[in-house]
Each structure stands twice: as C-alpha cells, then as structure tokens.
Design a protein around this ligand. Structure first.
Ligand SMILES: Nc1ncnc2c1ncn2[C@@H]1O[C@H](COP(=O)(O)OP(=O)(O)OP(=O)(O)O)[C@@H](O)[C@H]1O
Length: 323
C-alpha cells in the first residue's frame, strides 16, 4: 500500500513586490505573484524557469531572508511569522545550498574549522570527539573524507568538492528541508549529475525534502518528484516531473523545454537592476503574462489572468484548458 507522505511546507498565496528604478522612473515588479504550492516529506520539488521568473525570491522568502508582501509560508505546521521568534531552530531545520561554492566558505578559515564552528554554533555535540564523528558521518554521505577538508582552505578544493562539502555542512544539523538554488550551475558539467544525484540519495537515505531551483530541465527531470514552472512571478504549470516535462500543457513550458538557456556562471545578483521595458510590461500585465510571446494567444489572454486549472493531476494556468 503506498503511503501518503506528510506535508512539510506550505506556500500560500505568496507575493513579493519590489519597487525598482531611480526617483525619475520608478516602477513595481511583482517578482512573485500569488503562488501556492506544498512540499511533502522526502520529496524533491523543483522550481524552474528563465532568469527573473522569481525562483530565488521565493527561496529567499522561505528562508526568511526576504519579507513577503503578502501570503504565508507554513513550515512543519508553523507560520514563518512564528518561526521568526525561533530563528536558530528554524535554520537548523531548513538549510540552504547556494550557487557559488567558492563563496560558501570563508576563505580565511580552514574548512575543518568551519565545520567545527557550525557544530558549536548549533550546539550539535558536547565533546570534540562527538563533533568529529558527526562531521565524518556527514562527509561520508556526500562522498568525502575528513582528510579532504582537514587543514585545507576553500581555494585548495575543486568546485565539485566544495559543493559537496557545502552540502555536508548543511547536513550537520539534520535539516528536514534543503533549499538548493542553482547548486550545480558553477560546477564542472561532468560533475553536475553526480551532485544532483546526491540530493536523490539524501532524500532516500535521510528522508530530507529538497527545493531544487534550476534553469536546467535535464537535471530537474532526472532528480525531481514534482516540478513548478515559473514565468514572471506566476507558477504556470505544476505537477509530477514526468508529466510536466514529457507532456507539457502550458505553451510556455513547451517553449522552455525546447529552448532552455544555459545558466550563466558569470551572472550574479546586482543591486542595480536594469531590465528591458517589455519585461517590466510582462511583470505588470493584467491578463496572462505570457500573452505577448504565446503562439496560441487568444483575446481573453490579454484581458483576464488565467485561473489555476486542473488537467489530470497537474495544474496549468492557461485559458486553453478552460472548460
Ligand atoms: N532586491 C530586489 N530589488 C528589486 N528587484 C529585485 C530584487 N530581487 C529580485 N528582484 C527582481 O525580481 C525578479 C525576480 O528575480 P529572481 O532573482 O527571484 O528570479 P530568478 O528566477 O531566481 O532569476 P535568476 O535565475 O536570474 O536568479 C527579477 O526581475 C529581479 O530583477
């Protein structure tokens, strides 16, 4: 009998509006526009879409780094507003793995020191021996040994080794949720699959849930259970990865599957944001935000935002499927 897994995270009508531009030209960007999804225990859920669709902003709100404009996030049955009062406990349970492994460790400290510091910070062990055993155990899970990090600095490890070490450090506190934002886009192409595979292994061995954020539909297909495709702040399609990527319903998912751009390792978050006017328009469009590019556009698409429509077991936000 297949067991229904418990829900670990619920994202409810989450919205984030940024105001950008100079005082002469100010405009609003609805970076995340009323999105809802839930994540079950031991599930890998991918947020995919082009640059600027709101994936990272969603992750930052879940992690508590960004305040939602409206909506709620409920983790293990407790709202993030409540978790704010227990920040350290929350951070033990929800760990992040970011894109650039070279920025993940303080270059002035040896990696073993950083691991011991994390153990101390979260009070995860009462003796040095216990700390060492814990560190060994987590390194082993990601295919590293203590000798690989002992007395070594981040500049001495390869990108792949560093990303594994970052994942091992994230596991020290036995988190129930890992948020991995483009974790392999700066890792050598030949090593990407092995790192992505680690997430599946951690899900299966430890029951960890993972939010995997990526541009790369190939690794998403390989590793995820479910996927949400985002476009200009909206989730336009969501369902099992098998269904969404082999039989996409939304015209944007179809387009994305054919023309997914490579993640750009040079690209970093910039304080100053300049995007083309047409893109601003897309964020603020009142009907379907994809209407301007959709090969199957109808007049209603420019007028009304499509509702969430269930097609089989998946959700599609597209007027084509209105009954
Ligand atoms: N702090 C901020 N201030 C103003 N605008 C922001 C801020 N953070 C994000 N944005 C804007 O919100 C939109 C969504 O950005 P976000 O980084 O969430 O997208 P993304 O899908 O993760 O893209 P990428 O893959 O490039 O990181 C973009 O237009 C971005 O420029």
């Amino acid at each position: 009998m297949s067991q229904v897994k418990a829900t670990i995270l619920e994202v409810k009508n989450l919205t984030k509006v940024f105001t950008v531009g100079s005082w002469i030209f100010r405009t609003k960007i609805v970076a995340v526009d009323d999105i809802s999804f839930s994540l079950r225990n031991a599930e890998i859920f991918t947020l995919a879409g082009e640059s600027g669709c709101g994936k990272t902003t969603t992750a930052r709100m879940i992690l508590g780094f960004e305040e939602p404009t409206s909506g709620d996030i409920v983790f293990e049955g407790v709202s993030i507003h409540e978790w704010k009062k227990k920040r350290k406990e929350f951070m033990k349970k929800v760990q992040a793995v970011f894109q650039n492994p070279f920025e993940g460790f303080n270059p002035l400290l040896s990696i073993d020191d950083i691991f011991f510091e994390t153990v101390r910070n979260y009070a995860l062990a009462s003796t040095n021996d216990e700390a060492r055993r814990l560190i060994d155990e987590k390194l082993k899970l990601v295919g590293l040994r203590f000798e690989d990090i002992n007395g070594r600095y981040s500049s001495e490890l390869s990108g792949g080794q560093l990303q594994r070490a970052l994942i091992a450090r994230a596991l020290l506190s036995n988190p129930s949720l890992l948020i991995a934002d483009e974790p392999v886009s700066m890792v050598d192409a030949s090593l990407r699959m092995s790192i992505v595979n680690l997430f599946a292994q951690l899900r299966d061995q430890l029951g960890v849930s993972v939010i995997y954020i990526t541009h790369d539909l190939a690794t998403a297909y390989y590793v995820s259970d479910r996927i949400a495709i985002m476009f200009r702040g909206d989730i336009v399609e969501m369902g099992s990865v098998e269904r969404v990527l082999t039989d996409p319903k939304h015209p944007y998912t179809r387009l994305l599957r054919e023309s997914i751009p490579e993640p750009d390792p040079e690209k970093k978050w910039k304080e100053e944001i300049t995007i083309a006017d047409t893109e601003y328009e897309e964020y603020l469009r009142k009907g379907c935000k994809f209407a301007g590019r959709c090969p199957e556009v109808m007049s209603i698409c420019r007028e009304e935002k499509p509702p969430e429509i269930m097609v089989g077991d998946s959700m599609v936000r597209c007027h084509l499927y209105k009954k």
